[in-house]
Design a protein. Structure first.
Length: 137
């Protein structure tokens, strides 16, 4: 017997800059993206309102966090020398313990959504049209 699931997906747009230390191509240089986090939540049953999760709740718990943590920030590996220089001039940045790839950001957002008690199933990061990274467990 197949389990029936409901799912909802919400897209949250955010802008960020990054670079990938040691990358052999152009991604080794500081650059930016107009990205989209695509969050999919799943549940076997709907809540009392007939929803998997209210989109407003998802926006408040994850969308606001993305706006405060990732949006319009440089996302750099904590070992990146540019992080020190940017911090010295007061630029907003987030020094990460991992390379700031779309895959790493998808996992980071997934883990935040899970910590908020949301039935997160998958996070996709659309780094640019046609370039999508996915994380799920």
């Amino acid at each position: 017997m197949r389990t029936r699931m409901f799912s909802v997906t919400q897209e949250i747009a955010f802008c960020y800059g990054h670079r990938l230390l040691g990358h052999p191509g152009k991604c080794a240089r500081l650059h930016g993206h107009n990205g989209v986090a695509r969050l999919t939540l799943r549940a076997e049953a709907l809540d009392a309102q007939g929803m998997v999760v209210d989109f407003d709740v998802l926006g408040a718990r994850v969308g606001d966090w993305i706006a405060q943590t990732l949006d319009h920030r440089m996302l750099l590996h904590r070992g990146d020398p540019a992080a020190v220089a940017l911090a010295q001039i007061g630029e907003p940045l987030l020094a990460l313990p991992f390379h700031p790839t779309a895959e790493g950001l998808a996992k980071m957002i997934f883990e935040h959504a899970r910590s908020e008690g949301l039935p997160i199933a998958q996070v996709e990061i659309v780094e640019q049209p046609g370039s999508i990274a996915t994380y799920s467990e």
